[in-house]
Design a protein around this ligand. Structure first.
Ligand code: PBG
Length: 343
């Protein structure tokens, strides 16, 4: 029997109104704090960062407040994450379009942008910060797909071989958690074996296990430059249909059986039902990704003065915890950490 964070017995018999007044425990701040079931802490945050060649910062139009960071300046941001107490960052490359090819070979270049940046960060901050790298080909492919394309189809098994090579160079650069976001079948087991054989048995795998073909990834694709490569194409032959729930359970079951250390549900807020089901069914470390489109909606509305930004940041992140997530990937990580340190 799994021990869950939430009460799962039979409901206690309550006296009828007026003996029971549910407002009684809500009446004061101290009482609300005392009965609180769910908490959000800085330890729950993973901060996704976009990196680019060179120096400086470049704003991402569809992600107000989020910049691509030059590789010579990224260490300062990693140190800021450490100072804020954020446990881990996830790095995504805006690859020079000249390096994007049909076979996405830059993905397994041991000296590619994310590998260079990971080495720098690990040299500077060591084990005070976890570094997570995506495994998928979209930042490196001229067609913008996460896998290799043959005759117009994203081909599974050959892609998995390339993903294994990508995972190995990333682990060799010092990456702590390999996060396959490609949704190919069988990749978790293959990557686990490849990492172990290459001497990286201590490197974790966080599987993007239930990843949906979502329109909420739009701003991310602007940030890494894959939107233009993808054009009118979509990822529906490998990412899940938003209509599916049981299929997410099947995906997670397989990834755990293949050796995933933790699993992720993505997007986040529109998929909290999946987060809750996954946590209740498997009881493994479960993460949710508050993706770029979710960030853009909240940030945009806050910037327009339509929502209270600080309040919706904390409320949205708390809702992930309430659904059962152990942590959240969020572009609000630094803002949230500052807000949490303030209270
Ligand atoms: C790449 C990848 C994507 C995201 C994370 N890794 C985009 C996609 O699958 O098209 C989306 C993250 C976000 O929207 O914030 N496979």
């Amino acid at each position: 029997m799994l021990v869950l964070s939430r009460f799962s017995g039979s409901p206690a018999p309550r006296a009828a109104f007026p003996a029971t007044r549910l407002r009684r425990v809500r009446a004061t701040d101290w009482s609300r704090r005392l009965v609180r079931e769910t908490t959000l802490s800085v330890d729950d945050l993973i901060w996704p960062l976009f990196v680019m060649d060179g120096s400086g910062e470049q704003p991402v139009g569809s992600l107000p407040g989020v910049n691509r960071l030059g590789e010579t300046d990224i260490v300062a941001t990693a140190k800021r994450a450490v100072d804020l107490g954020i446990p881990a960052i996830a790095l995504f490359p805006a690859t020079d379009p000249k390096l994007k090819t049909e076979d996405a070979a830059e993905a397994f270049n041991p000296d590619n942008l994310v590998c260079r940046v990971t080495r720098q960060i690990k040299d500077a901050v060591g084990d005070s910060l976890g570094v997570i790298l995506d495994v998928a080909l979209d930042p490196y492919s001229s067609h913008g797909q996460d896998g290799l394309v043959r005759d117009g189809q994203v081909i599974n098994d050959e892609t998995v071989d390339v993903l294994c090579q990508q995972a190995i160079v990333q682990a060799a650069a010092g990456c702590d958690i390999i996060a396959p976001s490609d949704m190919m079948d069988g990749r978790i087991g293959a990557i686990r074996t490849a990492l172990d054989e290459a001497g990286h048995s201590g490197v974790q795998i966080m599987s993007y296990a239930a990843k949906y073909a979502s329109a909420f990834y739009g701003p991310f694709r602007d940030a890494v430059g894959s939107a233009a490569s993808l054009g009118a194409a979509d990822k529906k032959t490998y990412q899940q249909s938003p209509a599916q729930s049981d299929e997410a359970i099947a995906e997670v079951a397989l990834d755990i059986a293949e050796g995933a250390d933790s699993v992720m549900v993505k997007p986040g807020m529109p998929y909290l039902d999946i987060v809750a089901r996954v946590k209740e069914t498997f009881g493994v470390p479960t993460f949710a990704y508050q993706v770029s489109g979710e960030y853009a909606m909240l940030r945009g509305a806050a910037d327009a003065g339509w929502l209270n930004g600080d309040a919706v940041i904390l409320e949205s992140l708390l809702s992930f915890k309430r659904a059962g997530a152990d942590g959240v990937l969020t572009y609000f990580a630094a803002d949230a950490a500052e807000l949490l340190h303030r209270v």
